[in-house]
Design a protein around this ligand. Structure first.
Ligand SMILES: CC(C)(COP(=O)(O)OP(=O)(O)OC[C@H]1O[C@@H](n2cnc3c(N)ncnc32)[C@H](O)[C@@H]1OP(=O)(O)O)[C@@H](O)C(=O)NCCC(=O)NCCS
Length: 192
């Protein structure tokens, strides 16, 4: 029997879980939201993303060894995606990326999913340092990373061009010891 995709859980959290990307269920949903101007304005993609293009990207990501996961609510509803990219097994570093569909913003889901992803990165893959970056005006991205243990490690002046002007790029990083206290607090709350 083919297992129901909604029963596949890779990382289980209190309000969300992360599971492998599943073409049939997720492709249209991914393509819709990464093209949406409200989400896209914060990403580094510039061109329209077709269904075929998105499928190719995801196939390629798998071949690269990137970890691409779909974020779901406990009832199985997909709400976004989070992943580990550019994994370097010598330096033991990776870059995290994330997006969540607009109706699910500001409900703590991004923070929770990031805590779960870092648990996998540090305690399963034995990675050492996670990196991320955001447009300086992307408060949500910076804050959800800070909530999960990241700290700001630098700022590249007028690095990114969007909507006719240059923005600073904020560089963030997280070591296991910065993530751990946040994880502990989350786990304690989870038990209650
Ligand atoms: C970044 C993103 C994944 C965060 O997900 P989320 O589920 O909305 O994040 P959370 O609900 O965990 O919020 C984290 C913090 O950011 C704050 N926040 C969220 N959206 C905000 C906004 N638009 N303006 C100001 N603060 C915001 C929350 O209040 C929360 O702060 P708090 O802990 O002090 O209360 C989501 O906003 C998103 O997909 N944005 C578009 C794509 C993107 O920016 N990806 C990252 C590219 S670097």
């Amino acid at each position: 029997m083919v297992p129901d995709v909604h029963e596949t859980v890779f990382l289980r959290g209190r309000r969300v879980y992360l599971r492998p990307f599943h073409g049939e269920t997720d492709l249209k949903f991914f393509q819709r939201w990464i093209n949406d101007p409200r989400v896209r304005q914060h990403l580094k993609t510039r061109s329209p993303i077709t269904l075929v293009g998105e499928q190719k990207y995801l196939d390629h990501a798998g071949e690269n060894g990137d970890v691409v996961l779909t974020i779901c609510l406990r009832d199985g509803t997909p709400i976004g995606s989070m992943g580990l990219h550019r994994i370097n097994w010598i330096d033991r570093t990776a870059t995290t990326g994330s997006w969540i569909a607009v109706p699910y913003w500001r409900q703590g889901y991004g923070t929770e999913a990031k805590l779960l992803l870092l648990r996998h990165a540090f305690d399963t893959l034995n990675l050492r340092k996670m990196c991320s970056s955001a447009y300086a005006n992307n408060t949500a991205s910076i804050k959800h990373n800070l909530n999960a243990g990241y700290r700001i490690e630098g700022r590249r002046k007028k690095q990114l061009f969007r909507r006719g002007r240059y923005y600073d790029e904020v560089l963030l990083a997280c070591f296991r010891e910065w993530w751990w206290p946040k994880w502990k607090k989350y786990r304690q709350a989870k038990k209650r």
